[in-house]
Design a protein around this ligand. Structure first.
Ligand code: GDP
Length: 296
C-alpha cells in the first residue's frame, strides 16, 4: 500500500532522536509531498514534545505525529460521506466528474458505478469527453463491465451530451447519473469555459444539479495537484475530491498539503482514495486510518 516506509527507513525504530533524526524526518515528510509549511509545523511540535519529555522516544514521537496528522486531516473527512448516503429521491442524483487527463477520472467513474450498484442504486453514465474517441470507448468499457448504459454522441459538444443524459436519466428513473468530462483542451481557459458551460446546462436541465462536482486528482502530482484544485475550484465550485494512485506510492502526503492549503478556504472533503486499477480498488477516506497507514 502507500506510506512513507521507504523514505522513513529505520527512523522510528532507531533509539535516539538527535538533530540528525529530526532533519531526516523533515526530509522524508517533504519528499512525500506533505508540503513545507505543514512539515515545519509538525516538526516544531515534535521537537517541543521531545524537549518537554512528553514524547522522547522515536515510537512516542511517531504516535504523536500520527495524532497531529489525524487532527490536520479531519478537515478533509466527509461527514456524512455522500458516497454512502441512501436518500430516496424522485429525480436522479447527478455527479459531474472533472480532472486533468490521466488523473484517473474514467477508472474512478467505473469504480463509483460498481459501488453505487452494490448499494442497490441504478446508474447511468454519460461520455462528456467529446474530444477524445478513446475516452468514450474507455467509458463504454467500464459501462460494459458494470452492465450500465453510456449516453454519448458521435459528434457534438459535452453540454449537449450532458443535457441528453439528464433527460435519459429522468425518463429511465435512474438513481444516479455520472457525467465524465474532458481533461484537456487547447488551453486551461478553454477547458474551464467548456466545463462551466456543461455545469450551467446541467443546472438548467435539472434544477439543483449537479449534486456533486467531483475533482479526481492524481495523488502523486504534488504542488501541481494543489494548483489543479485551486483552478478547478475557482471555475466550478467543486464539492469534493477523490485522490487516486495511492497504491504503492511514497507520496501519500499530498492530502496533508491539501488540508493546509484549504484550511482558510473552501471545505472540500476527500470522499475516497484510489488504491489500484481494479474496479474494487476504491476506499473511503478516513483521517485516522490514513494517518496511521502513512507512518506504519
Ligand atoms: P482519465 O484520463 O482521467 O480518465 O484517467 P484514466 O481513468 O484513464 O486513468 C489513467 C491511468 O491511471 C490508467 O492507466 C488507469 O488504470 C490508472 N489509474 C487510475 N486510477 C488508479 C489508481 O488508483 N491506482 C493506480 N495504480 N492506477 C490508477
Amino acid at each position: 500500500m502507500f506510506g512513507l516506509r521507504k523514505t522513513l527507513g529505520s527512523l522510528f525504530t532507531s533509539n535516539q532522536t538527535d538533530e540528525a533524526w529530526f532533519d531526516a524526518l523533515e526530509e522524508s515528510l517533504i519528499l512525500s509531498d506533505v508540503g513545507l509549511p505543514t512539515t515545519e509545523q509538525l516538526i516544531s511540535k515534535l521537537r517541543k514534545a521531545a524537549k518537554s519529555e512528553k514524547a522522547n522516544t522515536p515510537e512516542a514521537l511517531k504516535q504523536l505525529l500520527i495524532e497531529e496528522v489525524t487532527i490536520l486531516l479531519k478537515s478533509m473527512e466527509p461527514n456524512p460521506n455522500p458516497l454512502y448516503v441512501h436518500e430516496q429521491k424522485t429525480t436522479p442524483e447527478v455527479w459531474l466528474v472533472v480532472g486533468v487527463n490521466g488523473a484517473g477520472k474514467t477508472t474512478t467513474i467505473g469504480k463509483l458505478c460498481k459501488l453505487f450498484q452494490s448499494q442497490g442504486k441504478s446508474v447511468l453514465l454519460a461520455a462528456g469527453d467529446t474530444f477524445r474517441a478513446a475516452a468514450r470507448n474507455q467509458l463504454l468499457e467500464w459501462g460494459g463491465r458494470n452492465q450500465v448504459d453510456v449516453i454519448m454522441q458521435e459528434s457534438g459538444d459535452a453540454a449537449a451530451v450532458a443535457h441528453d443524459a439528464i433527460h435519459a436519466a429522468i425518463s429511465r428513473k435512474s438513481d444516479i447519473l455520472i457525467i465524465d468530462t474532458a481533461g484537456r483542451l487547447a488551453t486551461q481557459d478553454h477547458l474551464m469555459e467548456e466545463l462551466k458551460k456543461v455545469k450551467r446546462v446541467i443546472g438548467k436541465a435539472l434544477p439543483g444539479a449537479p449534486h456533486q462536482t467531483l475533482l479526481v486528482l492524481d495523488g502523486n502530482t504534488g504542488q501541481n495537484g494543489l494548483n489543479q484544485v485551486r483552478a478547478f475550484h475557482a471555475a466550478l465550485e467543486l464539492s469534493a475530491l477523490i485522490v487516486t494512485k495511492l497504491d504503492g506510492t511514497a507520496k501519500g502526503g499530498v492530502i496533508c498539503a491539501l488540508a493546509h492549503t484549504l484550511s482558510d478556504g473552501p471545505k472540500l472533503a476527500v470522499l475516497a482514495l484510489g488504491k489500484g486499477e481494479g474496479i474494487d480498488d476504491l476506499a473511503p477516506f478516513m483521517a485516522a486510518q490514513y494517518s496511521s497507514e502513512l507512518f506504519n
